[in-house]
Every structure is written in structure tokens, then in C-alpha cells.
Design a binder for this molecule. Sequence first.
Ligand code: IDP
Length: 149
Amino acid sequence: MERTFVMIKPDGVQRGIVGTIISRLEAKGLKLVAAQFTTLSEEKVMEHYAEHVEKPFFPSLKAYVMSGPVLTMVWEGGDAIAIVRRLVGATNPAEAAPGTIRGDMGMETGKNVIHASDAPESAAREIGIHFAEEELVTYTRIDESVLYE
Ligand code: IDP
């Protein structure tokens, strides 16, 4: 089982599509193991997006993700990191495939609705930034015995 960090960004919250996005992840078979509705501090944004701090778009990215509340979550499942990235779609919603969250629900890179970890190392790092170990809940979903071979 893998865990991945997912964040519904302020535009997703403002547009009232939090429930739709969660439904897609739940319906896929992924298990929600942590969630927090919060506004990101500057410190957390700098840490989370450390690889982008020097990029020209960073000031607008920082303003965007701090512009309102976000829903931070951890989802668990077999191959969860790659599966969630595929469900989320390409960074630019204008080019993201139909059927993906960004492809179906966004218009531009600067307002692309959702974040999801891109690799095991970034998932572990991002979960550690946003959650304490004891906030990750361990439980069995009742459909797990029919979801997996
Ligand atoms: P990802 O979110 O699909 O993993 P990254 O390249 O890691 O994409 O970029 C992180 C976030 O930074 C993007 O989701 C988007 O919000 C923002 N971003 C990336 N490139 C640009 C850009 O060229 N203009 C504006 N925002 C950008």
C-alpha cells in the first residue's frame, strides 16, 4: 500500500467541487486516511514548493495557494501515487485529458484545482510537512476484500 498527499487548492474550494473530487478518489477505491481544512502559512508554502521557489511563477503560485482555504488530505491504496496523478491529469488543465480532474474541472495552469504528489519521495516529504504521524488513521475499508486480487 502507498500513501499520497493531495490538496484541493483554493479555487477548487471556492468553486464548490470539493465533494466531486473526493467522490472520484473514493469511487476509484482509494482510502482517505487524513484530512484538514486549513489556510496555508507562508512557511508551509515555501517548504511544500521548495523546488519552485526560484521559478518566475513562484510569487503568483504562492499568492494563489494562500488566497483561501485548502483541503489537505492523505489517500492510501495500491500504487496510490501514480493512480492519483493519472486521475488528476496534466499540470495545465487546458491540455489535461478529458476524464481527469484538471481536464474536466479547470482552465489554466495558474488555477489548476488540485495538487498530488508525483513520486514516493515527494509523497513522504509532503505528508510530513502537512500531517503528524498520529493524524494518519489506520482502518480497513469494507470493500477492500473485493477491490484487490
Ligand atoms: P504539478 O502540480 O502538476 O505537479 P508542477 O510543475 O510541480 O506541477 O508545478 C507545481 C504547481 O505550480 C502547479 O500545479 C501550478 O499550480 C504551478 N505552476 C507550474 N508551472 C506554472 C506556470 O508556468 N505558471 C503558473 N503556475 C505554474
